[in-house]
Ligand binder design. Sequence first.
Ligand code: BGC
Length: 759
Amino acid sequence: MKSSYLKTHPWKIIEEGFDPTRVKSSESIFSLGNGSMGQRANFEETYTGDSFQGSYVGGVYYPDKTKVGWWKNGYPEFFAKVLNAPNWIGINLAINGIPLDLNQCKAVSSFRRVLDMQSGIYTRSFEAQLDSNTTIEVVAKRFLAMNEASLGVIQYQVKALHGSCNVDIESYVEGKITNQDSNWDDPFWNHLSATHTDGVMLLHSQTFKSEFDVATYAQTHLITPQGELVSDFEPVSQDWRVSQKQTQLLKEGEQCTVLKFGGYINGMNHPPETFETRAKKNVKEALNKGMEQLLAEQHSAWASIWESSDIEIKGDDQAQQAIRFNIFQLNQTYNGKDPKLNIGPKGFTGEKYGGSTYWDTEAYCLPFYMATKPQEVGRNLLKYRYNQLDKAIENAAKLGFTKGAALYPMVTMNGEECHNEWEITFEEIHRNGAIAFAIYNYERYTGDTTYIPEMGIEVLIGIARFWAQRVNYSDFQKAYVMLGVTGPNEYENNVNNNWYTNYIAQWCLTYAAEQQEKLAQTQPQRWNELIEKLDWKAEEADHWKTIADQMYFPKHPEQDLFLQQDGFLDKTLLPVSAIRTDERPINQHWSWDRILRSPYIKQADVLQGFYLFQSDFDRETLQRHFDFYEPLTVHESSLSPCIHSILATRLDKMQKAYELYLQTSRLDLDDYNKEVEEGLHITSMAGTWMSIVEGFGGLRVERNQLHIDPKLPDAWEAFSFKLNFRGTAVKVEVTKEKVAVFHTNPELIVYCNGNPINS
Ligand code: BGC
């Protein structure tokens, strides 16, 4: 199933040899981002082969009108599209009049891409033979500055290896860019101006409808073989493309360097009237610093990220490379500095999944960011949802819910639901549960008890109100039921009483009631303000408790098992091993009808509940449910193997846990699902981190205490991970002989297998 052409290295991703069929996959894998903008690893120079051009600006989207066959009331009006932005990286070369295009060259050799995860620098090098007398060597380095949100840097060196070369350089910014993912092929960008002043190319564009302003800018310099810096390029502007041209003669053996500074300035943070000044400041500062200092700064920014988040695995280089790749990509996608931004399933590496925010953020990503970043970062992720509470109440109102009931969207950019698919995505109301659980999880991990009174309580109440209206009392069952939902397992749509959804709804109702009571008792003044704001009725919390007490859960009539949903036992319960291997993944081979009738589970569903509510179930209960559901699970969501790996570790099924770990961590590097060319699975990368730290490390926080229960996979000699626990940097090292915990806080006690250990 897996196929990798990448070399194994603890800190680097390396591709060797040029293969046009791999270009799109490598464009995903070698993607760059700095939390504010990002881009696929497209070539700077022209490439006429198969490629997927992609550059993205955080938070900028287009509300593409929803495309459905038959419109029904309550459908989301638009599907937010992450926008492919104008191109600032382009550097075209013509060598003795022949355009450099790896798809057309006589020969390409020594092709190599290296992504150095320690420094965040991507290098591509190759030799290209253009005709029988001319061969050049190119070494292109690129990075997006981690300490300057709007700056990207390219150093593009060209050497005449054979024959002398007249090198025509055309460096440009280009506005004519389209999205692959578009419902109606609407134009997404309205270009307002294209200028060239003081050597800076600047394209001011605005998105249609959503009216986001973005400046795409760049400046080019040339360093001649004699080491002279040339900055006066000939400007050309045409058709929303601004370019700078220059020519350099290279004798055989000589080399010149094109330096390009550029990127995007996002109108969300910088008003358009400041675009030009900002662009000029960026390029001037970059030039003054020079390449050496810029590279050193990038290196040190990444060094401090690794200082607080690295995971070391000894004795298994594949696993080591994989976990660092996951941590690296998560940091490229989101840095927590801007509460307007969130973590898209594909980050800045592709267009699939359109909107930026899914339940993935709360259910999968939050633990990683809480444990490896300062507390504000986790809080910002929660605040993002708090800021969208009004929209969640509007979303619920559109469906007929009243009195402040909040339904958060399954997919969103601005708080509105924005997806095409009704039965699958829209009915996955379980996302409300993950958003409430994240509030609990944040307080549990960080010990920050101010978030709930300040903001979280309003979210919890809105969500509890939704569940209280979404259930109905069944006279037949003598219990509250929840009809017409889709659980996390998207291979079942519109089912009754999805166990996970009922369970998390029950938990939300109880937790919201507890928090409301606590606030009323401990901070009566704050609660009094809220009574009015929320139009609170004293009997609400009692009603929630009644529903929670009388929630219905589907159960096996003869065995001690919760059923995924009503009617699950009517299915032909053959294990996944009964499916022919050439029919996997089933979502690429079977009709939707067949999938829906089958017992096959896309991702953890009942087991997602066992993961989140670990302490509610004893080991035997977990074992029974794991043994029943895992053999029916096809793991066709990237979010699946990580949860199963964690649970398998809890059950001491270490070989299974390890296999699932490799599957989650090398999902993209080994292209398990044959789709890496569409982009990377960013949110599942946080799940990968969980499978080491929460799985093999056994990390959990109970009653304000940090607990670990480490288990070392056989394939590893040792592993270690780092955490920020309530302001203390903690390192846990696990070897075959012992577990060691390092920190310098005399107050902190870490419990290992239940026993306090000294650091
Ligand atoms: C999964 C969802 C997830 C989405 C985005 C889908 O394939 O089934 O649970 O939210 O991908 O990652």
